[in-house]
Design a protein around this ligand. Structure first.
Ligand code: NAP
Ligand code: MG
Length: 495
């Protein structure tokens, strides 16, 4: 048996011990209240383990530990090269634990284990290596002053960084926030989503093995109101990095205003346009890309959820997209051939189904639309496509965060631009065309943090990721990520 075999993963799961405690100041600890909640596998309904249900007192302990560690200099003041070595060791440990991490991610939030094991987790290992290698290659600045004056402009760690992350890519989002912040010398308090804490807890174990000193990396598990809010309101947290919904992102701006004006970096929702012109060279390849909207059960902030197709090719193109959507038939996430797993939990499944019911009244259902049962769970939804969607429709406007594609038709480039930009979001946009001038015109005109030509949703540690408008502020990934976790300091020296 090997990783291409469902029984392999099932037997690995039955041998797994689930750690559900928080990680504070170098130790796994229960919540001070003693409370726990149950973590379930949405693809089976079975309980995986008990998770510490932390509250404000645990948050306080974690922030105190993080501050003490930061002030001690055990991490913040060692050389960047020394931090690099520890983070490279962490990458090796992640790599040595790929199977367990992929399995935990799959059973915690429903994603296909093979997708996690073969693509997402290996990419994360490289992500950690990239940031580790970057940190001792960054030089600061000297200002062009006159003789007798030396002005140094340096970046220093902000201090205690809290990261609050969602359940759609639990370990990715934790690593996107924590690794650049750690590399820069900060201490961290990470709050995973209540639905998907398991890989964050595992990450804590591996940071200790890698040699990150006690107190530098903490994980506080629990709910948004009892852990996320106290972190947002904390007077001794210097920076709050968030990925999640626009609604909750706005709350964090309020928490900062009510407390200590901490830095708040937000990666929030999206409703990304994917614009397909009739001059596209390979329509079938474009249709295959358009169907990637169903990747991760459609639970991706940057998914190309609004498909805008030029009228002259619309019927042909839509047929091809429907054909490619069949590759995403829902199935058991532990089956390595399955590309579409279960939704993250029952409540989210119901939310998405409500959107689908609304869509059926507003637009024309082309394929899918049903909730399905696989094994003991009915948290599965078919890839769903609506045609004849209009700008005013709920399914054309709101972030659904499920396997739902809304199809629009346009006649001219100007009309496509106007439709694409008519959204409160601006995270990602795609354009398919073989006209180079048009590709550049579209890239200039589209209000989005990333514009992709002839593909969808390209993400890499090499380039910034983040949004315009209500998709948020600041950027994850690339050297620009360090801007979030460092502050500029000027030192004048008269001589
Ligand atoms: P969410 O409800 O906003 O939750 C995100 C995080 O915030 C969770 O850890 C959550 O804790 C916490 N939280 C919830 N209510 C809170 C409150 N009142 N105060 C403080 N913290 C609170 O988002 P989600 O449903 O987990 O994730 C889906 C959303 O994330 C979508 O809107 C998606 O677009 C967005 N997303 C954006 C990006 C991006 O990079 N732009 C990437 C991925 C996802 P609990 O889990 O305990 O509720
Ligand atoms: Mg879970």
């Amino acid at each position: 048996m090997n990783t291409r075999n469902r029984q392999y993963w099932e037997s690995k799961l039955s041998g797994l011990t689930i750690e559900g405690r928080a990680y504070i100041d170098g130790s796994f600890v229960p919540a001070t209240s003693g409370k726990t909640y149950q973590c379930t596998n949405p693809a089976t309904g079975r309980v995986l383990g008990s998770i510490a249900e932390c509250d404000v007192s645990d948050v306080n302990l974690a922030v105190i530990a993080a501050r003490r560690a930061f002030n001690s200099g055990s991490w913040s003041r060692i050389s960047p090269t020394a931090r690099k070595k520890v983070l490279l060791k962490l990458a090796d440990l992640l790599e040595a634990n790929l199977e367990e991490l992929a399995l935990l991610e799959s059973v915690d939030m429903g994603k296909p284990v093979a997708v996690a094991f073969e693509y997402e987790m290996p990419d994360l290992v490289e992500y950690v290596r990239w940031f580790a290698e970057a940190i001792d290659k960054l030089y600061d600045e000297v200002a062009p002053t006159e003789a007798g004056n030396l002005a140094l402009i340096r970046r220093e760690a902000v201090g205690v960084v809290a990261a609050v992350v969602p359940w759609n890519f639990p370990l990715d989002m934790a690593i996107w926030k924590c690794i650049p912040a750690l590399a820069a010398g900060n201490s961290i308090v990470l709050k995973p989503a209540e639905q998907s804490p398991l890989t964050a807890i595992k990450l804590a174990e591996l940071t200790a093995q890698a040699g990150i000193p006690s107190g530098v990396f903490n994980v506080v598990t629990g709910f948004g109101e009892s852990v996320g809010q106290p972190l947002g309101l904390h007077m001794d947290v210097d920076c709050l990095a968030f990925t999640g919904s626009t609604e909750v992102g706005k709350l964090f701006l309020g928490y900062a205003a009510q407390s200590n004006m901490k830095l708040v970096w937000l990666e929030c929702g999206g409703k990304s346009p994917n614009i397909v012109f009739a001059d596209t060279e390979d329509l079938d390849a474009a249709a295959e890309q358009a169907a990637r909207v169903f990747y991760n059960q459609g639970q991706i902030c940057s998914s190309p959820t609004r498909l805008l197709v030029e009228a002259s090719i619309k019927d042909d193109f839509l047929k091809r997209v429907v054909e490619h959507s069949k590759a995403y038939a829902p199935g058991n996430p532990l089956d390595p051939d399955v590309r579409m797993g279960s939704m993250a939990d029952a409540r989210h499944t119901e939310n998405v189904m409500r959107f689908i019911e609304t869509g059926m009244k507003e637009a024309r259902l082309v394929t899918g639309g049903r909730r399905t049962t696989i094994g003991d769970s009915n948290n599965f939804i078919e890839p769903t496509i609506f045609d004849n969607v209009e700008q005013g429709h709920v399914v054309g406007r709101e972030e659904i965060f499920g396997p739902v594609l809304s199809v629009f038709t346009f006649e001219t480039e100007e009309e496509a631009i106007a439709m694409a930009n008519d959204s409160i979001y601006g995270l990602m946009a795609s354009v398919f065309t073989s006209n180079l001038g048009r590709a550049h015109r579209m890239s200039d005109a589209l209000r989005a943090g990333t514009v992709v030509v002839n593909a969808v949703d390209l993400i890499s540690p090499l380039v910034p990721f983040g949004g315009f408008k209500q998709s948020g502020n600041g950027r994850d990934n690339s050297l620009h990520a360090f801007e979030k976790y460092t502050a500029l300091k000027t030192t004048w020296i008269k001589y």
